[in-house]
Ligand binder design. Structure first.
Ligand code: PLP
Length: 389
């Protein structure tokens, strides 16, 4: 009955194709590689509790009050210093997901074209769909975006924006090389489009020598809008992310944010601000890295043990995921049901590809399960995959 009242944008919104797997992720009987969330074991819960109590009692005029739309000034300055930006480029957002939505609202008219990686983060495509944008896929290989594909697609579709996740991408786990990043910047300059550089995983590095330097540091003509997040290094429930944008765009995004929520949660920001100001962010990042490094090693070891003749996978040198590619004629979507019958779950890769490809891929996270269950689950998954291959 209400359909006829819906806006055009609402009609174009696409529900998450992976949130429906939430049941599987939370069923304790199923060993889950399907999650997309950080492990609660990494959350500095005691410190958050202490700081929350302190700021609520002692700084209620800040922590419980409306605040500036741009964010808590000291936190903005911390982010500016850490990213090598100036404070007028920074906006704190309600997670980087809100940044994606605000940027889409600020830049996109219906029908504008956004280039996305094949595969890409579903929350990104959701924000662009929600503004009735048209999406076009750009190929990736193990070094990141393939420049020839980017150039070819961009010449054809004349995009306004490229959305990229160069550091340990969700879902592919890939790290884009610096040479590729330079190519991406060159093509954006030549063909005149903007770049959203989404970087929630850049701090989660498990190997030596991984170069995660953002493209933004070489952005000579104000094309790059950089997104960061405290979700993966502190806790996603704090809903604290940020944008670093060219100043003229930052002010536009600020106006969109005024309409969206006046300001992000001040209690959340106060907690993050206190932790950062006390110098606790870097030690916390070290702890988080150590926690995932071991698990990632177990999962990759099991892939080598069971999947050597069945699949290819990305090394997951950082982030939360490895992406597995099976024989071209295997469809992983119906395999989920089969896997669940065997007590194990994964996310099929198809929904991450805007061009309908990738049906023979799957995303696995090592974040959720203890080492022993990772071993047990991978053996079960190998049985299911071997039958389908
Ligand atoms: C690539 C990417 N961008 C953005 C987000 C959203 O993160 P948040 O809104 O918690 O900062 C996620 C969450 O998983 C993600 O994987």
């Amino acid at each position: 009955m209400h359909d006829r009242f819906l806006s055009r944008d609402a009609r174009n919104m696409v529900p998450s194709a992976i949130r429906r797997f939430a049941k599987l992720i939370n069923d304790p009987n199923i060993i889950s590689f399907a999650g997309g969330v950080p492990s609660p074991e990494t959350f500095p819960a005691e410190r958050i509790a202490d700081i929350a109590a302190k700021v609520v009692r002692e700084r209620r005029n800040v922590a419980l009050q409306y605040g500036p739309t741009r964010g808590l000034p000291r936190l903005c300055e911390f982010i500016a210093a850490r990213t090598g930006a100036s404070a007028d480029q920074v906006l704190v957002t309600t997670g980087s997901q809100q940044a994606l939505d605000l940027i889409a609202h600020t830049l996109l008219d219906p029908g504008d074209v956004v280039l996305v990686e094949l595969p890409t983060y579903i929350g990104g495509t959701a924000s662009f769909h929600a503004r009735s944008a048209t999406l076009a896929g750009v190929e990736q290989d193990d070094d990141g975006i393939v420049p020839a594909s980017l150039e070819d697609v961009a010449r054809r579709v004349k995009p306004k924006l490229l959305y990229t996740i160069p550091n340990f991408q969700n879902p592919s786990g890939r790290l884009m090389t610096q040479a590729r990043r330079d190519e991406v910047l060159r093509i954006a300059r030549e063909l005149d489009f903007l770049i959203i550089e989404d970087d929630p995983y850049g701090e989660l590095v498990y190997v030596d020598g991984a170069d995660t330097t953002p493209m933004r540091t070489r952005d000579v003509d104000e094309r790059v809008i950089y997104l960061g997040s405290f979700s993966k290094v502190l806790a996603p429930g704090l809903r604290c992310g940020f944008v670093v944008a060219p100043p003229s765009l930052a002010s536009r995004i600020e106006i969109a944010k005024q309409a969206a929520d006046l300001c992000s949660g001040m209690l959340d920001q106060s907690i993050v601000d206190e932790l950062c100001a006390a110098g606790e962010l870097d030690p916390q990042i070290q702890k988080v890295r150590a926690f995932y490094r071991g698990k990632r090693g177990v999962l990759i070891g099991e892939l080598e043990k069971h999947f050597a003749n069945l699949a290819r996978w990305t090394p997951a040198d950082g982030g939360l995921f490895t992406f597995v590619t099976l024989n071209a004629d295997v469809d992983t979507a119906p395999l989920v049901e089969e896997a669940v019958k065997h007590g194990v779950a994964f996310i099929p890769g198809g929904p991450f590809f805007v061009d309908g490809s990738g049906r023979n891929t799957m995303r696995l996270t090592f974040a959720k399960e203890p080492d022993e269950r990772i071993r047990e689950g991978m053996a079960k998954l190998a049985t299911v995959v071997a039958r389908a291959n």
